[in-house]
Design a binder for this molecule. Structure first.
Ligand code: COA
Ligand code: AMP
Length: 630
């Protein structure tokens, strides 16, 4: 069957389609039906089944003869370490950690926060939670203590599993002081912390609360897999929304298993046993789905890479990893390729390695610009597939179903909707627009298995954020169009989310930080175009009259506040002090116009602007930073 037939078979009978995909999963109690619409427009999948994620990702492969196959290849140029963990070893390690968690009182439904660098133990921690039916929430290492504290208060974890440090090029990031600071800041306190001591920076331990990973796992009796209902939350992953408070995206267990397993062949062309590599971080959804869960569920080998595309040690690292570990499908963000291209534009490094076994490169997380795609195609000699999805969905909404049928690539389009997704372009009133016209991208409900059923502890916010704007649809927050051939094009966000090096950030959250500076009277944060990272945040502040501080002092303090409050990942370095912000007569800040000015793009003077002269002032403030034609 080709793509069109597969898509049609799903359209004709979604229930039968997903029940057939569910056969690839090992159930404790198999589902008798797929969709549960008893609470529509809130939908759930496989609610009458029971299952365990860790069993499907680890134990069943050992039972089926894959015990000696590598489950995880750890390749860490920043510590000069390489290590392979077989499925049998992974089972032993995960069962021991799960036993240790159980000894500390963690049971089904308890939350566990994981704050770890890119080491195999991060995956083991996730799987150990899954083994017990505990709900993990991984927090990215590049966030500051405050962001961790916000997540601790929302998820109210009984335990936190953390590494003592992460390693960034040129510096060791000590996680433990950040963790201690976050627990201090948070109102909720975890009972226990399990700390993986790394030799690059050993953590000071708090007696009675902190326990050494190796000590507790050595003492533990291995824990068995605990069956959970199909709609039991597998994990919570916080992502940026419009306001400062992150949204806790809930991932349902059974749908996650069924859908991710399906993607490994249909999209990524992998057969069990193949090596698959997603160069991302476990802190992001790409890391959850494609460093940890999907490849393991499907019986593949996953690569855990602790390094960067450039500088660890050079722009040939990706090619080395692909050739050395026989990677067959490779997934990363376009920004990584822009970094390599900048360092090695003629592709000298790739000539040193044999990557002929690689089938394809998959890009996602941000817009894949045509230059980057064409450059990657040229130097790698493999198809480059852009695909579009979000934390909320957990896997591809639109992509090239290369494992079913490789469709012709149209550069600039992530190709077509996957089975399960009825993607439509809507106008402001919620009516579908004709082919080729721009509009809001929405997905007809129900969303397919594995996608978010709700937000953690925030059902109202879930409904308000995603379901209310277009009744009967899920609002993606992206705008775009569909062409005559059904190819989708993603053009922009419809909210204040920006994408910095494939990392999703909220300008609203950044404005909240700037507004807290005692000398800032008013502020705005916008996303401006950046050649490497796609977008960068840029702040504008109006200072209080009569402040004793210089503009430069205030700017430096704002930059520091952003790093300390949101974290280095915000990459907030561009800031200007201005007298006034451009506004409409009703007082709304014209952020869109400011973005256009910064990017030196054409724009129409907003009819409602209060005082057009302010735009010249904005332009003058931007030019010294290299924007607005400066
Ligand atoms: N822990 C602590 N700090 C971290 C971190 C982590 N896990 N990850 C990033 N940071 C820090 C970086 O050290 C940097 O700090 P600095 O301001 O002191 O230099 C800052 O956060 C910004 O990081 P990043 O956006 O990664 O920029 P970079 O300049 O270090 O590297 C790229 C640029 C393109 C090489 C890098 O973004 C990259 O490899 N991207 C790959 C894409 C990716 O993984 N996307 C995830 C979604 S698929
Ligand atoms: P995240 O939830 O962090 O994965 O970010 C999801 C958002 O990133 C999407 O809503 C898009 O705005 C953007 N995005 C992800 N993949 C793509 C893509 N292939 N093309 C364009 N934008 C993308």
């Amino acid at each position: 069957m080709g793509y069109a037939e597969v898509y049609k078979s799903w359209q004709d009978d979604p229930e039968a389609y997903w029940m057939a995909q569910a056969e690839a999963i090992d159930w404790v109690t198999p589902p008798r039906r797929a969709l549960d619409d008893s609470k529509a427009p809130l939908y759930r999948w496989f609610t009458d089944a029971t299952v365990n994620t860790c069993y499907n990702a680890v134990d069943r492969h050992v039972e089926n003869g894959r015990g000696d196959q590598a489950a995880i290849i750890y390749d860490s140029p920043v510590t000069d370490t390489k290590r392979t963990i077989t499925y049998a070893q992974l089972q032993t390690r995960v069962a021991a950690l799960a036993g240790a968690l159980r000894d500390k009182g963690i049971t089904k439904g308890d939350r566990v926060i994981i704050y770890m660098p890119m080491v195999p133990e991060a995956l083991e921690a996730m799987l150990a939670c899954a083994r017990l039916g505990a709900i993990h929430s991984v927090v990215f290492g590049g966030f500051a203590a405050n962001e961790l504290a916000v997540r601790i208060d929302d998820a109210t974890p009984k335990a936190i599993i953390a590494g003592s440090c992460g390693i960034e090029p040129g510096r060791v990031v000590e996680y433990k002081p950040l963790l201690d600071g976050a627990i201090e800041m948070a109102s909720h306190k975890p009972d226990v912390c399990i700390i993986l001591q790394r030799e690059q920076a050993r953590a000071g331990m708090i007696a009675g609360r902190d326990f050494d990973w190796h000590e507790v796992t050595a003492k533990a009796t291995p824990a068995d897999c605990v069956p959970v209902p199909g709609d039991h939350p597998a994990y919570i992953l916080y992502t940026s929304g419009t306001t400062g408070a992150p949204k806790g995206v809930v991932r349902p267990t059974a749908g996650h298993l069924v859908a991710l397993n399906w993607t490994m062949k249909a999209i990524y062309q992998c057969d069990p046993g193949d090596v698959f590599w997603a160069a991302s971080d476990v802190g992001w959804v790409v890391g959850h789905s494609y460093i940890c869960y999907a490849p393991l569920i499907h019986g593949n080998t996953t690569v855990v890479f602790e390094g960067k595309p450039v500088g660890t040690p050079d722009a040939g690292t990706f090619w080395r990893v692909i050739s050395e570990h026989d990677v067959r499908s490779f997934f990363t963000a376009p920004t990584a390729f822009r970094a390599i291209k900048r360092e090695d534009p003629t592709g000298e490094e790739i000539k040193k390695y044999d990557i002929s076994r690689l089938r394809a490169l998959y890009l996602a997380g941000e817009r894949a610009d045509p230059d980057t795609i064409q450059w990657a195609q040229k130097i790698m000699g493999v198809p480059v597939y852009d695909h579009w999805w979000q934390t909320e969905t957990g896997y591809t909404i639109a992509g090239n179903p290369a494992g079913i049928e490789a469709l012709p690539v149209k550069i600039g389009s992530p190709t077509v909707a996957m089975p399960g997704y009825d993607v439509q372009i809507l106008d402001d009133a919620g009516h579908p627009v004709p082919k080729g016209e721009l509009g809001a991208i929405a997905v007809k409900l129900p969303l397919p298995p594995g996608t978010l059923p709700t937000l953690w502890n925030a059902e109202d916010r879930f409904i308000k954020s995603y379901l209310n704007t277009f009744p009967g649809y899920y609002e993606t927050g992206d705008a775009g169009m569909i062409d005559e051939d059904g190819y989708l094009y993603i053009m922009a966000r419809t909210d204040d989310v920006i994408n910095v090096a494939g990392h999703r950030l909220s300008t609203g959250a950044m404005e909240e930080v700037l507004a807290n500076h005692p000398d800032v009277a008013e502020c705005a944060v916008i996303g401006v175009t950046d050649q490497l990272k796609g977008q960068l945040p840029m702040g504008f502040v109006c200072t209080n009259k009569g402040t004793a501080k210089s503009d430069d002092e205030i700017k430096a303090e704002c930059i520091k506040m952003m790093r300390d409050t949101i974290g280095p990942v915000a990459a907030f370095k561009l800031i200007a002090v201005v007298d006034r912000l451009p506004k409409t007569r009703s007082g709304k800040i014209l952020r869109g116009t400011m973005v256009k000015i910064a990017d030196n793009a054409d724009f129409k003077m907003p009819a409602t602007i209060d005082d057009p002269a302010i735009l010249d002032e904005i332009k003058r403030a931007l030019q010294p930073m290299g924007y607005a034609g400066g």
